[in-house]
Write a protein that binds this ligand. Sequence first.
Ligand code: HEC
Length: 234
Amino acid sequence: MTPRQFVRVAVTAAAALAAVVLGGMVISSTRVRAQEEDVENSKIQIGFKIAPVPLNLSGKNRELVGLGSYIVNARVDCNGCHTAGPANPAVPAEYAAFAPGGVPEFGQPLKVNPATYLGGGRDFGPLFGLPHLFTRNLTPDKTGLPEGGHTFAEFVQIMRSGTDFDHLHPTCTGAPNGTCIVAPFDGALLQVMPWPFYAQMTDHDLRAIYEYLSAIPCIENPAPAPSILHNDCK
Ligand code: HEC
């Protein structure tokens, strides 16, 4: 073999090896992607199965609504706090999300109360000398946008930075008056709401939650404006 022939053989062998390695990488990354899609599809299916209220899918992205339902109902239990309670006088406030006869801790089959689902209004009381904190209504209002008409950009800011766009409880500048928050609590930020943890979610997950919250039925609240409980469906 001349040196030139040797070089040609070596280059051909290296190219063949590279093709095999690259081909393998493409196949395995395609396989991983397919597995990820399977996982996502089963979350979407579970999401539709466990949504406790009828969903309005018109104009919505179906996959995102299903995934959002999975996150809200199977992973982080937003309704555990964002529901007025207790609708069922036989149960303590912590179990307010359940319909009568549907309290799992009583050994009954789980049934979420659709009449108050994500309608907010639960009183977290004057914790640590703070004013009464109420969870907010997360259902869409007459604008069709979820949680009282917030845009997706605002929703992301709430979930990542805890911004309270309603400025319900500013930090006290003088003596506490029952509506302001005493330092070191920062009145510009949502308290009790676990946004410091939700902040780690992907944009895709937050988008899915937002899409789901825009598909659930509006819960009207006749409390007069500017009450935080107020919500108009029409
Ligand atoms: C541990 C109880 C708790 C859980 C769980 C919870 N929240 Fe909250 N959330 C609150 C409280 C309390 C407030 C109001 C805090 C305040 O007034 O400072 C709030 C406020 C909010 C706000 C602000 C609404 C507005 O109109 O400005 C949004 C949005 C929100 N929550 C969404 C969610 C979502 C989505 C989930 C589930 C992923 C969730 N919350 C889970 C307690 C909770």
